[in-house]
Design a protein around this ligand. Structure first.
Ligand SMILES: *[C@@H]1O[C@H](CO)[C@@H](O)[C@H](O)[C@H]1NC(C)=O
Ligand SMILES: *[C@@H]1O[C@H](CO)[C@@H](O)[C@H](O)[C@H]1NC(C)=O
Ligand SMILES: *[C@@H]1O[C@H](CO)[C@@H](O)[C@H](O)[C@H]1NC(C)=O
Length: 456
């Protein structure tokens, strides 16, 4: 008798667990502290204005290292297919020495207000740009924009005026933004974590604390690359604070069966998976366009997710090595066909001044190693295994899908994770560095997305 009652109870408990218990779909905020040594008392919450400055000594050191660079001859006809064509690298370097005007770029960098504040034991750098021409009675909408690797806050310099002062740039002023661009810890002017484990969940929480410290209860979040992952997690840990999430890169790390089926059958039966012609064009033949391309373009990721300190050592000592490593990404990730150009197509979408300014941010802050470590913290334990990878995102989401993005994510896939997609647009042109490359297209997409969210 006792045994029967026990058995009934156990079966009942199991049934209850599977049938009625609500799955825990929330990602807890957690806490952390990333300073050196023993954990100190709570952060001093002061916010300090900050200005980028460089000493003559730093610049002398930079240019003497540039002068001491050794180059290897590129293979005949290799263009960018073996990596950065070193003959072309010499041309970039000669511009760096003779044409590039750092003082002028410094003025450009300092045109927006920079700040630093200590969060979880480390100094976080950010831009906070308020609208200059806000019409009376209007309120600006706070928007946090997060960069990725190998970019920086500087990626947003061309889009900031379009969002904070749209009318002066011929855009609709229906939504005017107040833009906050933080540097990820260990990138540019944000202090690097001194402890292991500072991953995107930690960074999302740090940026949440930053936004609250700035007084924002509700805000929008935008990002691509790491910025996409960080903002996605931000929407998961603070769903009542993030009004809308806008992404220009989407990665679904823990795919369901329908994704696998759509890969196998999508080319022949696109309608079955809701694929548009454009999805088929971008993804098939899958072996060539996705698998081969990913293998070819993701070597850096394996390296950085395993031994960042070793790989980064040379880059942190050679400005030319650093430039080659980073700028190669601005070639191929802008357009995969650029590797067939002798000059990597670098100046088709960017100026050398822009590209070298981003390199200067990495060089002067000595942050390449800490920036690479972010891969180890995030994917070092495996892809798709973290709790946040498996949880849905419920806040209204907008996707700007650029044709030359590294990995195309069709709507069917995106919907598996983002259950409230309010806009999904195929952009006419542009690649991985959307804000830097196509600021106007991105700004307009953010505008229309926010319009849809506000209507609801
Ligand atoms: C490297 O680029 C230069 C142009 O800057 C070009 O003249 C040269 O042919 C290229 N070399 C290779 C191996 O593609
Ligand atoms: C994939 O890449 C390999 C090696 O570069 C090449 O031999 C193969 O033909 C490619 N496959 C497709 C389907 O493009
Ligand atoms: C690359 O070039 C091929 C062949 O010229 C073309 O079909 C394709 O659309 C190009 N891809 C991109 C991303 O521009």
């Amino acid at each position: 008798m006792l045994l029967e009652i026990l058995a009934t109870l156990v079966v009942g408990a199991i049934l209850y667990h599977y049938l009625f218990k609500k799955k825990d779909e929330t990602l807890s905020m957690g806490d952390g502290w990333w300073g050196a040594g023993q954990r100190q008392d709570d952060d001093n919450e002061e916010i300090h204005p900050f200005k980028i400055e460089t000493s003559d000594e730093e610049l002398r050191d930079l240019f003497s290292r540039i002068d001491n660079t050794r180059y290897s001859e590129p293979l005949e006809g290799s263009r960018f297919n073996y990596g950065f064509n070193s003959s072309h690298l010499k041309k970039v370097v000669s511009y760096w020495k003779e044409g590039f005007n750092w003082k002028k770029q410094l003025e450009i960098l300092n045109q927006y207000p920079h700040f630093k504040t200590k969060i979880e034991g480390i100094n976080i750098h950010f831009l906070h740009v308020k609208p200059t021409n806000l019409p009376a009675g209007r309120r600006a909408k706070p928007l946090i924009m997060v960069h990725g690797w190998p970019g920086s806050f500087y990626e947003f310099y061309k889009i900031i005026p379009l969002l904070t002062d749209p009318t002066s740039h011929g855009l609709s002023d229906e939504h005017i933004f107040e833009v906050i661009c933080p540097s990820i810890p260990g990138y540019g002017f944000s202090e690097a974590s001194h402890k292991q484990g500072c991953d995107s969940v930690a960074v999302a929480r740090i940026f949440y604390k930053l936004m609250r410290r700035l007084g924002f209860q509700e805000f929008y979040a935008q990002g691509g690359d790491w910025g996409s992952m960080i903002c996605t997690i931000l929407a998961q840990i603070a769903p009542s604070n993030v009004k809308g999430l806008h992404l220009n890169m989407v990665a679904v790390m823990s795919p369901k069966l329908s994704v696998v089926l759509s890969i196998l059958l999508g080319q022949r039966f696109p309608g079955l998976f809701g694929f548009e012609e454009e999805d088929v064009r971008r993804m098939f033949p899958f072996m060539k366009k996705v698998v081969n391309h990913t293998v070819k373009e993701s070597g850096y990721m394996h390296l950085q997710a395993t031994k960042p300190d070793t790989a980064g050592c040379g880059l942190n000592n050679s400005p030319v090595g650093l430039a080659a490593y980073i700028l190669e990404k601005f070639s191929t990730w802008t357009d995969r066909n650029f590797s067939d150009y002798e000059d990597g197509g670098l100046e088709r979408k960017f100026t050398l001044d822009e590209l070298l300014t981003n390199i200067m941010i990495y060089w002067l802050t000595g942050s390449i190693v800490s920036s690479m470590r972010f891969y180890k913290e995030n994917v070092g334990k495996g892809i798709g295994v973290a709790k946040h990878d498996k949880l849905p995102v419920k806040v209204p989401t907008g996707v700007a899908s650029f044709p030359n993005e590294l990995l195309h994510c069709p709507l069917l896939w995106a919907k598996q994770k983002f259950i409230n997609i309010v806009s999904f647009n195929y952009m006419p042109r542009g690649g991985h560095f959307a804000a830097f490359e196509e600021p106007e297209l991105l700004a307009k997409d953010i505008q229309q997305f926010v319009g849809k969210v506000e209507q609801k």
